[in-house]
Design a protein around this ligand. Structure first.
Ligand SMILES: Nc1ncnc2c1ncn2[C@@H]1O[C@H](COP(=O)(O)OP(=O)(O)O)[C@@H](O)[C@H]1O
Ligand SMILES: [Mg+2]
Length: 246
């Protein structure tokens, strides 16, 4: 199962995807968390060290990707990447994509070609779950990558901008062939805020996460929210995880 998490900047994508990954791993599942946001901060939500970002493995990427004459191989070897280049703890692994320079008309560097191939061809072990934290937009996710994802979770906070982005992500996800797109409301303080999001979005609403100062405390202490057992936000993410699996 491959899950992508998206939404406007600052809505709680990293908090949500990291915490979901930890919940699933604690249930005994094998989880591959993928950080595809150039700011590379998913590790702190997981309590793991950042591994070397894949985009920095320039020599290996070039060997595997660049053909004679400068064209790119569409199907480079990628199956050994998670095992070799992730940081791991118990059932949880973290793979960090890193940054690639974006040219004006889209990047055609080997790193970008390799990262795309990695997302497209990464084969999960049976029962393994991939949770990918993305940067704010999903414009970079082409159809051939998107169709490999089973689920897009759009995180949304109660604001006009977040709702606009969520709608756009929903439309785009559908256009590029992601099978199921659902919304999660975050930083919700009352019923009116939940209703605002539900009314504005015309697709499946999975559940709400309350505004919770323990999330901010976890962030400031660089500790996973998962370690704050009394956190109302954690409890809600646990419930959302159950809904997802049920
Ligand atoms: N439920 C919540 N309650 C309070 N603060 C939150 C909540 N979710 C996220 N935050 C805070 O919002 C900020 C952005 O969260 P983050 O997960 O980094 O968002 P994104 O990855 O979408 O940019 C962080 O400072 C985080 O602590
Ligand atoms: Mg983030």
């Amino acid at each position: 199962m491959k899950i992508a998490v998206s939404g406007k900047g600052g809505v709680g994508k990293t908090t949500f995807s990291g915490t979901l990954a930890m919940i699933l791993a604690a249930e005994g599942r094998s989880v591959l968390a993928v950080d595809s946001d150039p700011s590379m901060n998913l590790h702190s939500a997981l309590g793991l060290e950042n591994p070397t970002p894949i985009s920095e493995l320039k020599e290996m990427i070039s060997e595997r990707t660049v053909l004679e004459g400068g064209a790119f191989k569409l199907n480079p070897k990628v199956d050994d990447i998670p095992e070799r280049f992730s940081s791991k703890k118990d059932g949880l692994s973290l793979l960090v994509m890193g940054t690639v320079e974006k040219g004006g008309s889209g990047c055609i560097c080997p790193e970008s070609a390799f990262l795309k191939a990695l997302l497209r061809h990464l084969v999960l072990k049976k029962e393994e779950i991939l949770v990918m934290d993305t940067e704010a937009g999903i414009e970079h996710l082409g159809r051939n990558i998107a169709e490999k994802f089973d689920l897009m979770i759009v995180v949304c906070e109660p604001s006009e901008k977040a709702v606009d982005t969520a709608r756009r992500v929903h439309r785009l996800s559908k256009e590029i062939g992601i099978r199921r797109v659902v919304a999660v409301g975050n930083k919700i303080s009352n019923q009116a805020q939940e209703d605002f999001i539900k009314t504005a979005l015309n697709f499946e609403y999975l559940g709400s996460i309350p505004f919770d100062s323990l999330v901010i405390e976890a962030d400031m202490s660089r500790k996973p929210l998962y370690t704050y057992l009394d956190s109302p936000a954690l409890k809600s993410i646990q419930k959302i995880s159950e809904t997802l699996q049920g």
